[in-house]
Design a protein around this ligand. Sequence first.
Ligand code: AVJ
Length: 342
Amino acid sequence: MKQENRPRIFAADQYSRWRGDRPGIWSLAGADLDAVPALSILTTLWDQPRWLEAYHLYDQRGSELFEEICRLPEYYLTRTENGILEAHAAEIIAAAPVECVVELGAGYSKKTVHLLTEQMRRRGRSLFAPIDVSTAGLLASQEAVRRDFPAIEFHGLHARYEEGFNAIDKNLPTLFVFLGSTIGNFNHTDFPRFFRALSAAMGPDDYLLLGADRVKDVKLLEAAYADSRGVTAQFILNVFRNVNRLLRSNFDLTKMRYHSWFNPDWQQIEMFTVATENQTIRFPDAPASFEWRRDEKILVEISRKFDPLRLQEQLGFFDLTPAAHFADADAWFSVLLFRKRS
Ligand code: AVJ
């Protein structure tokens, strides 16, 4: 390995593990991102209650439907978080003296632009590294960054979040950005695992910017996930098209309906599909099958809602110290800045 050609973003022992398929787009050598989904789907569908991991929602069609959700009048999250970042990007960047921005998720939304604009205004140069399992998302992001910020050094990491942030040089002062309240998708097992891994990957000069949707009036919360146009229902049902494609299974989208509610004990929106008649679901490759009974639910996604102060306390257990807290005037959404405690 020629050290002098190693992009600054990679830790010394990591560079050899990554292949540059296209300039600026890196893949983990030997990682087959398609090998695991089939096993994940079968395993969780055999749990009680049956459930699916949220990342299966984001095939091509699912990503398009999610973008449509972000524009719905009821779905206040994207708009509200964007407003917070627009108002406070300068303060955030001033508080986090970094040379690199790492976004978890391909991003390059309006939200990222606010941060990169301030980073360039203040520091004149920067690295930007989105981590995503979708190459399409990374390429779109790369193109947009080239167009809007030609001086930014772009490295797209085609990987799962953990693999991605482990690759980054701990000596490179970095702001990790995890927006959109995607953290709300993580269940009580994923959550500590994610923060343990992220914190361990962070160096002493690193920061985390976290977007978290807050507990609020139940009607507002429930409306955001049960929109009048039925886009959320389409988004949730679409996961079964993806499952059918991956596993050659026979889920019939006309024999199921969408149901969501706010579970007050768990402080989370739960999004289900419910069988509208008895049916046999077959997985010819496994081979395996199960009886999906009328009215039986499959939990497709959770969206946890947070109390920002409690979240700050909780992340303290992972050596993350609160550095700043930004919210909208209605206190619907929080953008939290943390610093790694060294
Ligand atoms: C992308 C996980 C933040 O939980 O609000 C939106 C996904 N699902 N509507 C959310 C979602 C249905 C969204 N996150």
